[in-house]
Design a protein. Sequence first.
Length: 382
Amino acid sequence: MLLICVVAANAAAEAPGVTENQIKIGACSALDGPARQLGLQSVLGATAYFSYVNDHGGVNGRKLSLVSFDDGYETDRTASCFALLKRENVFAGGFFVGTSNAAKYLPMAQAEHMPLVGLITGAQFLYEPVKHEVFNLRASYADEMRVQVESLWNAGIRKIGVIYQADGFGNEVLNGVKSALAKHHATIVAAGSFTRNTLEVDRGMAGVRAAHPEAVILGAVYAPAAKIVIDAHEQGWRPLFVAPSPVGTEAFIGAAGKDADGTVITQIVPTYDHADLLAVKLYRECLSKYMSSTQPTFFSLEGFVNAMVIVEGLKRAGQNPTREKFITAIESLNDFDIGLGTDARLKFSPQSHKGLNYVYSTVVRGGRAELFSDWVTLLARK
């Protein structure tokens, strides 16, 4: 009897968050505050897919439960938020938002041997060196900056400035632009920063505007990015504004209104009107069924696909999943078709916990982001 109890206790210790009928996944994300749309949309997409899976019997007979807590995009709230995940005894975490926040969560997760899947940040420290517990679906900021700079350069743009929020995300963008330009033996013409989680962008803008850049890359989330673009246009300043995916495309368009038009935004998932792709088609169907009052967004699609990765990992982990089996299972998703097309097959392996590296270019026209490939033609129309 004692042996049976010890074995049962050890099994429970190996698989927190797993019961006979349920597997619990946790999220610490920006659910309130100036970046809330990023977290809310990511969690919404994940919830839609988990609801679909649960309606079809769950994973190996277990239903999925997602518990979400708010960190407000504030680094000083990360420890208390992670403590809530531990209290809830979750099996794995995902859908966290923010580079600076991720830097805080990473050692906590490693100490608990808690897998994290699909953080909403492309910071290089998540990918190199490989972190045993951490898997990221999205292309890195270095990938996005490389595409942006190479595309601008090939279109004849030489004078590039950067306005960025003074935090881990903004610094990743700034350094990514510098690195991409260095390959052409070039440097940025000017850089200006502003305080994270504020709209105090004037000083950062002024120095960059004085350098007369042809293009300005924005290392900012939607609220300050929108203020930069609106204020610039009011001042008669109209460089090509370019932003990476964390700007939050739809929230940025909503905040900037007509001033968003012409802004280029790189994405790490396809456009959500790409219904010929199986994952996008399923996403649209699930959003309509389970979240009928919401509209598609790039962040909810990213959350949806991250949830697909979690589910596939759980399936492969078998009837008696442990965290280590789950990690090994996701590492097996190499050259795996998750439904995003031939350009976006998953590339996970024991040597790489980065799922995708493909970057899509979109431009805002008429209040929506449209896919494009020809930057020369785009700039000619400007």
